[in-house]
Design a protein around this ligand. Structure first.
Ligand code: HEM
Length: 246
């Protein structure tokens, strides 16, 4: 019964996650950017823009300039999350890729770093008046949700173990449509239930910034308004005389 519920839950969560992402990406891609608005000083070539985005995504450069504490906690959380997710690949691959096997110990410490970063971000939201004032319930929800996922994960790793061989069989079974029983340990069921919830809300929540950053005109535009006239698709049609209608 539990196996069936979680199997259906993960199929639905994956479908909603992927479809939701596709819809959001489509909307981002179709949203017009009628003006040149790169945040200056901005690169003047496409290669420069790629470098700028890379520095933002990997190092959170603008955040570093803006606020060192948020940068520290935010960067530690995101980098640790990446390591944790990579470490989890062992549940979905058979045989486990050698680099995933090699980075397992690193991913273990990353679990603690992730929770620490999140705790710092949550503390800031509660302790700094100015930030508390502008915080919406969803800001807290995301932090608490990911904290709870990390907490139950660490709980399984260090306090109440689960059968990770059976768990892996369950997920490989889902992927190959050959269902296997899911271990019914409470921490695992909470961990997985929260992960499924996270997948379902991800595309519609602020967490979509992971994708949205690439579509941000301030970051992805080349600063060349004098060299090349910037004109959006719909304005071009108007100029050509076939899109007006009034
Ligand atoms: C379907 C997806 C997932 C499965 C099957 C899964 C399963 C597990 C299991 C079995 C453990 C215990 C590891 C052990 O005992 O050695 C664990 C640990 C952990 N999980 Fe997950 N998890 C999933 C998704 C996630 C996500 C999305 C996050 C973060 C947002 C996360 C964060 C953690 C953390 C921080 C730990 C503790 C550190 C570690 O052992 O890596 N998990 N997870």
């Amino acid at each position: 019964m539990i196996t069936t519920i979680f199997a259906l839950l993960f199929y639905s969560a994956t479908a909603i996650f992927l479809l939701g992402l596709a819809v959001r990406i489509r909307t981002f891609a179709k949203t017009p950017a009628p003006l040149k608005v790169p945040t200056t000083p901005a690169p003047t070539t496409k290669g420069g823009v790629a470098m700028r985005l890379l520095k933002e995504v990997v190092l959170f450069k603008a955040l570093f300039k803006a606020n060192k504490w948020i940068w520290l906690f935010g960067w530690v959380f995101h980098f640790a999350l990446l390591l944790v997710l990579l470490r989890h690949l062992r549940y979905f691959t058979d045989p486990v890729w050698s680099w995933v096997a090699l980075m397992q110990p690193l991913g273990k410490y990353a679990g603690f770093a992730m929770v620490l970063g999140l705790a710092g971000l949550l503390f800031r939201r509660i302790a700094v008046n100015r930030i508390r004032y502008i915080s919406a319930p969803s800001d807290y929800l995301m932090l608490v949700l990911i904290l709870a996922i990390g907490g139950t994960g660490l709980g399984m790793k260090y306090i109440m173990h689960t059968d990770i061989v059976a768990l892996k069989a369950f997920f490989l079974g889902l992927m190959y449509f050959d269902w296997q029983p899911l271990p019914e340990d409470p921490l695992l069921l909470i961990h997985l239930g929260l992960v499924a919830f996270l997948m379902i809300i991800f595309p519609f929540s602020k967490l979509i910034h992971a994708v949205g950053i690439f579509f941000s005109p301030g970051l992805n535009q080349v600063d060349n308004p004098r060299e090349k006239r910037h004109i959006s698709g719909w304005a071009q049609k108007l100029e050509a005389g076939d899109g007006g209608g009034n």
